[in-house]
Ligand binder design. Structure first.
Ligand SMILES: *Cc1c(COP(=O)(O)O)cnc(C)c1O
Length: 350
């Protein structure tokens, strides 16, 4: 196809894994804790719910709930189709053709994909050998090449590394870029920057309902920023970007938000379990602040061997060949993963 624009000529479509499975630990999806009962009883829509009308463009009821959840006013929030839409909106709004987006690598693949689509330049700053991030190196690189935005994934996907608030603050104060902090996994860690949007006018924080709130299926993400940024991004956002059903379900979900804390604690304790079991098996495993664990193994085609047993994890290519990310599942799922991994290792040794 000759007519395709240059920037996407080399792009390939995102392909979600569609292998059959019994244990799915490849996409960091949480458990459906918030709407379990609601769905069992049958989702009920009240008479104010009108699918013939366009959705509330302001998503007022939903923003109101999010506002209570993260403790910033509604006017500092934009909602949309997953934090993926938020990442795209920020790039669309602020980065011109050939301007630079800087980000530590390895990290979430969507940053460089959106960068490419919009003909911007994505530059990665490699993290340390142990996957920690050297903040001074990042600051120096930023001051050399003057990026328009710097995107941090915190905690980082796929490594699980958590930057401190102190480091992020240092980055903001010593650079002039817009700093985007993708906090998809922050509930499993500490040190959210979302309440700092009043202190820093170049700070944007992205959050999602896909992970700790276990609602990846409704595609709901949001951003927090000061009202100047919100006003500008609203000019670029498609009208009615978040459908009425997701808005409605989002509001219902937040009614049960007391359950989030218990769930997060359970994930953290299961994360410790996975970490210590992998360590016992003499696998190189990295301490994680997300709902997943990152590890390295020289077993050939470990991904395929687990998939054959119906267990899906995430594998990586190129520089991260031999590295894997396993989502923290429930106790039973994690036990099945560990037992099968043990068996594979035993077989390798024969
Ligand atoms: C899962 C994930 C998201 C969430 O994306 P949604 O579009 O909200 O489902 C965002 N950023 C990172 C780094 C993620 O891992």
């Amino acid at each position: 196809m000759k007519m395709v624009k240059n920037s996407i000529k080399n792009l390939t479509a995102y392909k979600a894994c569609d292998l059959p499975f019994t244990v799915k630990l490849d996409a960091n999806e949480g458990k459906n804790i918030l709407l379990e009962d609601t769905i069992k009883e049958g989702l009920k829509f009240d008479e104010s719910f009108n699918l013939n009308y366009y959705p509330d463009d302001e998503a007022s009821l939903l923003k109101n709930e999010i506002s209570k959840y993260v403790n910033i006013p509604s006017e500092n929030i934009i909602v949309g189709n997953g934090s993926s839409e938020m990442i795209e909106l920020v790039i669309k709004t602020f980065v011109d053709k050939d301007e630079i987006i800087l980000s530590p690598t390895p990290s979430f693949s969507m940053y460089s994909i959106f960068a490419e689509i919009y003909s911007t330049k994505f530059i990665g700053v490699p993290c340390n050998k142990d996957f920690s991030i050297d903040i001074d190196k990042l600051i120096n690189r930023a001051n050399e090449i003057n990026p328009k935005i710097i995107i941090l994934c915190n905690p980082n996907n796929p490594t699980g590394y958590l930057m401190t608030k102190k480091d992020i603050t240092k980055l903001i104060e010593n650079t002039s870029a817009i700093i985007v902090v993708d906090e998809a996994y922050i509930e499993f860690a500490q040190g959210s920057m979302i309440n700092e949007v009043f202190n820093y006018d170049r700070l944007i924080v992205l959050r999602t309902l896909s992970k700790a709130l276990g609602l990846a299926g409704i595609r709901l993400g949001y951003m927090g920023a000061n009202t100047d940024i919100i006003e500008i991004i609203n000019r670029v956002k498609s009208p009615y970007n978040l459908n009425s059903v997701s808005q409605y379900i989002g509001v219902q979900a937040f009614k049960n938000k007391s359950k989030i804390f218990d769930y997060v604690e359970e994930v953290k304790s299961q994360r410790d379990f996975l970490y210590s079991k992998l360590k016992e098996m003499e696998i190189k495993v990295y301490s994680s602040s997300g709902n997943f664990v990152f590890f390295n193994s020289n077993i050939e085609n470990l991904y395929g061997k687990l998939a054959d047993k119906g267990i899906l994890i995430r594998k990586f290519k190129e520089d991260l060949e031999g590295y894997y990310r396993v989502s923290v599942g429930n106790e039973n799922e994690n036990r099945i993963f560990i037992e099968n991994l043990k068996e594979i290792i035993k077989y390798e040794k024969i």
